[in-house]
Design a protein around this ligand. Structure first.
Ligand code: ADP
Length: 376
């Protein structure tokens, strides 16, 4: 691996030309169960991009990664790397790096021998091996541990060795399947930062599978959110959070207040007798679509007032009762019971705002531009 200059580090991977484009077109994997594990998905991962495949357990993330790696055969569709169809190319000829949850290091080999293994398989010369192993051990901050055996290292350090081994041969892309799943929370956070840095320094395409929304938001340039073998939505973490297209996406990424709607006309919506304004720019689903739709408002976009007269003109409002108050330092979260049927809601308000206690009758309000209308 060639270390980069500062100028190269600030350049995008596309400019440095290091990344590989991974393109999935109408990819299906059917194991003969009631529904395919992966059901007609199309996704283009840009050269040098950090893409996470996020979704609940069983939604098809690992199967998709294994299809890219070539460990599984396609039922239908094509997968290409930099425009070349690799659908029938065996895994070892795709030249991709892999990192799994269980580091699978060779216990009888030293750290340096473990990292050198892929290079020896590729018949790289001795001097070149020594140079590359030293370089990559520096990258993962394990310089000087060359002669240590894996059993002498902590879990986090072993995963660094596995990472070094996965990138030492400069693979076209690195595929990571829940690589931090076995580590405790603090170590996980530290290694997330490390993986981000290594991605920037190496500049190649990373595809990272996780079911943890925070991890996906921390790491990814873009997230592909999986739901039952299909891709629900693809976008930057900010897009998925702020502009969810469906209720599934809104609920999977962060907390929301959700008001399910019947069939209504665009322009305004009615929920339990409250009439609310709609900003057309916030509509992902047309109100009245047969599948139904819902209004989603994030807790940080909600304000709370003592009465309707304190609600600014043009805001959407609904009556609520405070059922609990969570103090979080700079802000507090009010847990609310909303409307006649006691919908559960939350508002995150500045700690400087008025004092609210359990049982208070309040009015929660928000600007029409900070709500989203999504398919439900
Ligand atoms: P995820 O990684 O999102 O947890 P998977 O891709 O592992 O999901 O699995 C998707 C679906 O495919 C699940 O229903 C799972 O049971 C099924 N599946 C995965 N691998 C196999 C297999 N080898 N044989 C049969 N079914 C499988």
């Amino acid at each position: 691996m060639t270390r980069q200059t500062t100028a190269e580090l600030t350049a995008t991977p596309r400019e440095t030309g290091r990344g590989t484009e991974i393109r999935l077109e109408s990819v299906t994997k059917d194991y003969g169960l009631t529904t395919p594990a992966v059901d007609d998905i199309s996704l283009t991962i840009e050269p040098g991009e950090f893409m996470t495949l996020l979704g609940p357990s069983g939604s098809g993330k690992t199967t998709t990664l294994n299809l890219i790696a070539g460990f599984e055969t396609l039922t239908a569709g094509t997968i290409s790397l930099d425009g070349a169809d690799v659908s029938d190319v065996p895994p070892h000829r795709r030249n991709l790096g892999m990192l799994f949850q269980n580091y699978a290091l060779f216990p009888h080999m030293t750290i340096a021998q473990n990292v050198a293994y892929p290079l020896r398989q590729r018949k790289v010369g001795k001097q070149e091996i020594a140079r590359k192993v030293a370089e990559v051990l520096e990258l993962v901050q394990l310089t000087g541990r060359d002669d240590t055996h894996p059993s002498k290292l902590s879990g986090g350090q072993q995963q660094r060795v596995a990472l070094a081994r996965a990138i030492v041969f400069e693979p076209k892309a690195l595929l990571l399947d829940e690589p931090l799943g076995a580590l405790d929370r603090n170590l996980r956070a530290a290694l997330q930062t490390e993986i981000r840095r290594i991605h920037r320094e190496v500049g190649s395409t990373f595809v990272f599978v996780t079911h943890d929304q925070e991890e996906a938001m921390n790491l990814a340039d873009r997230i592909a959110l999986f739901n039952s073998g299909r891709i629900e939505q693809v976008g930057t973490p900010q897009q998925l959070y702020a502009e969810p297209e469906t209720l599934f996406t809104a609920r999977f990424l962060g907390d929301s207040n959700v008001f399910e709607l019947g069939r209504t006309a665009l322009g305004s919506v009615v929920w339990e007798g409250e009439s609310w304004a709609v900003d057309p720019a916030t509509v992902s689903a047309h109100p009245g679509v047969p599948s139904g739709c819902a209004i989603v408002v994030r807790p940080e976009d909600v304000e709370v007032a003592g009465g309707r007269d304190a609600v600014p003109a043009g805001a959407n409002a609904v009556r609520a009762t405070v059922r609990d108050v969570e103090y979080m330092g700079a802000y507090r979260t009010l847990l609310l019971t909303i409307g006649e049927r006691g919908l559960f809601g939350r508002a995150r308000i500045s700690a400087l705002r008025g004092d609210y206690a359990i049982g208070d009758d309040v009015v929660m309000w928000w600007r029409p531009r900070s709500q989203r209308i999504v398919a439900a």
